[in-house]
Design a protein around this ligand. Structure first.
Ligand code: MG
Length: 160
């Protein structure tokens, strides 16, 4: 069976007056991520990992932030559209592994919910989605709570 791996990374600034949405889940916090879309940094990293694995470019090419259609866009919708393109190339997802780098808030209570949400967006088993969260040990902009970053890797398999 043909398999391919893909890697994705994203970072967004944390600012006041925005909702914090991570992996499609609304996280209660005093700040949220700044972006043209809903700025869901985790779903963006996963979208890029899937597109990368299938050799289909990146999220910025598919959904340019100069396009008003994507203003405040639901990133779950963007991920769904990207995954449809991946599926059109006859790939299904083996698994996804992701890391959120976030100083605050503590994400441990939300990890399971985020994992299940990603699985439901993609129509795969939660067993094939892993979401990890860590702080940046107080280092740099992420450590100072000015931004949140996410990394994701995925394996996709060609259906015969
Ligand atoms: Mg982004």
């Amino acid at each position: 069976m043909e398999t391919k791996i893909g890697f994705g990374y994203d970072v967004h600034r944390l600012v006041e007056g925005r909702r914090l949405i991570l992996g499609g889940i609304d996280i209660p916090f005093s700040k949220g991520l700044l972006g043209h879309s809903d700025a869901d940094v985790l779903l963006h990293a996963i979208t890029d990992a899937l597109l990368g694995a299938a050799g289909l470019g990146d999220i910025g090419e598919l959904f340019p932030d100069t396009d008003s259609r994507y203003k405040n866009a639901d990133s779950a919708q963007l991920l769904t559209e990207a995954f449809l393109k991946v599926r059109k190339n006859n790939f299904s997802i083996g698994n996804i592994d992701a890391v959120i780098v976030c100083q605050e808030p503590k994400l441990t209570p939300f990890k399971k919910q985020i994992q299940c949400m990603i699985a439901s967006i993609l129509g795969i088993s939660p067993d094939n989605v892993s979401v990890k969260a860590k702080t940046n040990e107080g280092l740099g902009d992420i450590g100072e709570g000015k931004a949140i970053a996410a990394y994701a890797i995925t394996l996709i398999c060609k259906e015969i």
